[in-house]
Design a protein. Structure first.
Length: 589
């Protein structure tokens, strides 16, 4: 009804011209086809296994993606034609003006307000065009902006529609709410970033040149023992996204390491074959058919030792990106039966902070620190483990294992698989990893340094990168010269993704703002503390003066009370006799 009221009543008669009908139909048809084909590509592996015939299963993910990339361009053209046609055939001139203003503001959002600004180079690839034009641009306009504009236009002619506008703003996701929730808070930081742009550009060039120089020098030399006995291994299974992410990870690891790179996968589940330059060997394993792709990946990862020959291995998630030579030093680090790095996506992480993401309790916004104790409750109930709330758990993105790790990995695998059936647990491997670590008494075992698994989360509002000191989860440090970044929030599946432009540059621009903001907050804290100290000091002085004055006044009061007695004639006479040297008898009565 809203669409009909918006696009149908474009003249006094109420019958829309055929040009409007055609353009609106073309726009909506292309938008619907885009959504259908996008989901067909995402469901390709499942559709093939279940025998469902779709366009994507017939022509493949690559060809379907290329078609979709051109389809969004046609959809954008149809949207612009619709707004122009309506303006030409009616008095609704505000629609194309509104569309133009939206386009300008959206470009301002993605280029200035976003912590990871859009790079035009990403539009060269069909995945970049689909994501930006289809979802960031057109979907945002149709879902969040156009309903508000349409309701305002209807309310001008029908006052009762103002109630509908208010209801829409309160109940549904919309551009007005998004502006107050995000954009308004982001504008001051954006202004600060622009103010520091000159320094930021210099730092970006310095970091990029160092990275390119290290890449040109090639892998760091390693000892013969490490060269012949140590290898990297990835696990990839299912959707096209993971295969593309693997390609990005290998592209960055191969120039920086001379060790073999292995991949464990189930080729029957993969939407596209793993055809990535730089991989030395692919191990194809048949996973249990009743698992979905996510569960199958966890099954392969936690039981990875069963599919590899003996030796020293370092497992890497496909979103681990090597950034400088010397990453093989991970094999020189001490380990117990296994070695994991701490899970530090923020400066201060712990079991209770991770709990809402491991449990289905719905506490992701619980309390001041978004924490809860449900994971610890489950650990105590199911396993009798008393894990402290502030214990920093391990991250499964990078870990070392060898021939003596079988017992640990077997229990991790069994616990993870069992957790698939527990309604309180999400489908993840970290909860099972906590169980296994504590059950084996490894909670205090040596951990891999953060440099080998630095979790650079673009959602972390304190993440910093300094050209001299390296990476830090907080402006106050500590700073790390990372060998590998864990980029679980970056679009590594995009072939146009670039470490410098899409990761380093946005963080460097934010770093200058965050450091200055943190320094200001520290000055404010010290000032507040100084004011508090000042007030406390003078409060104590005032109290001391009060009690000293009160004590002195008390003495004077006592003396005043004794004045009549001291002025008795006998005492005055005796006092005078003592002063003139006479030793007469004094009447003590």
């Amino acid at each position: 009804l809203l669409t009909g009221a918006t696009f149908g009543r474009v003249n006094d008669v109420g019958t829309p011209p055929w040009q409007v009908v055609a353009s609106v139909a073309a726009w909506m048809l292309l938008m619907g086809l885009r959504g259908i084909l996008w989901h067909q590509i995402a469901d390709l592996a499942h559709d093939r296994r279940s025998g469902v015939r779709t366009l994507a299963t017939r022509i493949g993910a690559d060809r379907a993606g290329r078609i979709l990339g051109w389809m969004v361009l046609a959809e954008l053209t149809a949207a612009a034609a619709t707004l122009a046609t309506i303006a030409a055939t009616s008095d609704r001139w505000w629609l194309p003006v509104f569309g133009g203003l939206y386009l300008l503001y959206r470009i301002f959002q993605v280029s200035v307000l976003w912590s990871e600004p859009l790079r035009p180079a990403t539009l060269k690839h069909h995945n970049g065009r689909i994501r930006f034009i289809g979802f960031v641009l057109l979907n945002e306009f149709v879902e969040r902006w156009l309903p508000v504009a349409a309701l305002v236009a209807l309310a001008v002619g029908s006052p009762i529609m103002w109630l509908a506008l208010v209801a829409h703003l309160l109940l549904f996701d919309n551009a007005v709410f998004e502006f107050f929730r995000h954009d308004l808070d982001a504008i001051p930081d954006a202004v600060n970033r622009l103010a520091h742009e000159v320094t930021a550009r210099r730092n970006i060039r310095v970091v990029a040149e160092r990275r390119r120089r290290a890449r040109r020098h090639g892998p760091a030399p390693v000892t013969p023992d490490i060269q012949h006995s140590c290898r990297w291994v990835f696990v990839v299974c299912g959707p096209e996204l993971h295969v593309l992410t693997l390609a990005t990870a290998v592209k960055h690891l191969r120039p920086l390491s001379s060790l073999e790179i292995w991949v464990v996968t189930d080729s029957t589940r993969n939407v596209r074959p793993i055809d990535v330059d730089g991989i030395d060997r692919i191990v194809d394993v048949t996973t249990p058919a009743h698992f979905d792709d996510h569960q199958a990946s966890i099954w392969l990862k936690t039981g990875i030792h069963r599919h590899l020959p003996p030796g020293e291995w370092c497992y890497l998630d496909s979103d681990i990106v090597a950034v400088r030579p010397g990453i093989e030093a991970v094999f020189d680090q001490p380990r117990d039966v296994v070695a994991f790095a701490s899970d530090l996506p923020i400066a201060a992480n712990r079991v209770d902070r991770f709990s809402p993401w491991a449990m289905t309790c719905g506490c992701s916004r619980h309390g001041e620190d978004h924490s809860c104790g449900h994971l610890r409750e489950q650990l105590a109930t199911r396993f009798g483990l008393e894990v402290p709330a502030d214990w920093v758990h391990w991250n499964g993105g990078v870990f070392r294992f060898g021939p003596d790790s079988a017992g640990f990995l077997d229990m991790w695998n069994e616990t993870a698989i069992a957790s698939f059936a527990w309604p309180e647990w999400r489908t993840r491997d970290q909860g099972a990893l906590i169980v296994t670590a504590w059950a084996h008494g490894l909670q205090a075992a040596p951990r891999l340094p953060q440099e080998f698994n630095f979790i650079a989360d673009l959602g972390n509002s304190d993440l910093c990168l300094d050209p001299e000191r390296g990476w830090s989860l907080h402006p106050s440090g500590p700073w790390k010269q990372a060998y590998a970044l864990h980029l679980h929030t970056s679009r590594l599946e995009d072939p146009e993704w670039d470490l410098g432009a899409d990761m380093e540059a946005p963080v460097i621009r934010q770093t200058l703002v965050r450091i200055h903001r943190w320094k200001r907050s520290e000055i404010q804290k010290r000032a507040a503390q100084g004011i508090h100290t000042f007030r406390t000091f003078w409060s104590m002085q005032a109290k001391r003066a009060y009690w000293a004055t009160r004590e002195r006044l008390g003495v004077y009061l006592i003396r005043i009370r004794h004045v009549p007695q001291r002025l008795r004639p006998a005492r005055v006479r005796a006092s005078l006799e003592r002063r003139v040297g006479r030793s007469g008898q004094v009447d003590h009565t």
